[in-house]
Design a protein around this ligand. Structure first.
Ligand SMILES: [Ca+2]
Ligand SMILES: [Ca+2]
Ligand SMILES: [Ca+2]
Length: 220
């Protein structure tokens, strides 16, 4: 059975604010461990870790990407943020970033996958070496369009660094990541329970509701 509660009514009410920018994700790395949306990987002597040496401001952490051993072996370090961006347009990523000592390489930069990591395309290059963090803005929707892709449910935003020495000889640092997007209006019209091939849209008129939920067992 299905039951609309007063709470359910309000959430749908807020979803009806189509076109307004919503904050989809924000992280200033206030914990020594990365949150569940993040994953780190790499090759050879890769290293991705939280840091109090390289952070924006005076509290919490930043995240650094570097090669853990100073030698002739080059490594790729990757920090991935997995996002479902299927129902958003004008997706904008902002982050604070510092190039501590990187030589520029084609493998350095911000990369985007729209197919759950099967393929990546570079959408932003590292800035010049600097002693301070700067705020950067990347319109992910525009970047996807420029590489002929559409944002969907299986997007990965990847910061990737390639070099051969540890910080502070090489390496980069990241902090204050935020993603905003505009909610795309549903193309399914009508009020009530509206079944379609792979689901059901619920819509109610409740301008004074304060929360929303749909409770019960579904599909039998
Ligand atoms: Ca921080
Ligand atoms: Ca490099
Ligand atoms: Ca090395």
């Amino acid at each position: 059975m299905m039951r609309f509660t007063t709470a359910a009514v309000a959430a749908l009410s807020s979803i009806s604010l189509m076109g307004s920018a919503a904050t989809l994700f924000t992280d200033s790395f206030n914990s020594t461990t990365l949150g569940p949306a993040w994953s780190a990987s790499g090759t050879n002597q890769w290293r991705v870790r939280t840091s109090t040496t390289y952070r924006n401001g005076t509290s919490g952490y930043g995240v650094t990407l570097d090669d853990s051993v100073g030698d002739n072996v080059y490594s790729t370090s990757r920090l991935d943020l997995k996002m479902n961006l299927a129902t958003y347009s004008n997706v904008v990523l902002t982050f604070r970033f510092r190039n501590v000592g990187e030589e520029n390489d084609s493998s350095d930069g911000l990369f985007l996958s729209t197919d759950n990591g099967a393929t990546f395309s570079k959408i932003w290059s590292f800035p010049a070496i600097s002693s301070t963090f700067s705020l950067y803005t990347v319109n992910v929707s525009s970047a996807a369009a420029s590489i002929g892709k559409a944002l969907g449910p299986n997007c990965i935003i990847r910061w990737q660094q390639y070099d051969n020495y540890p910080l502070s000889s090489d390496g980069v640092a990241l902090d204050d990541v935020t993603i905003t997007g505009d909610v795309v209006a549903s193309t399914r019209s009508g009020v009530g329970a509206i079944p379609y091939t792979n689901g059901t849209t619920f819509r109610v008129w409740a301008p004074n509701a304060s929360a929303v939920a749909v409770a019960g067992s579904f599909n039998g």
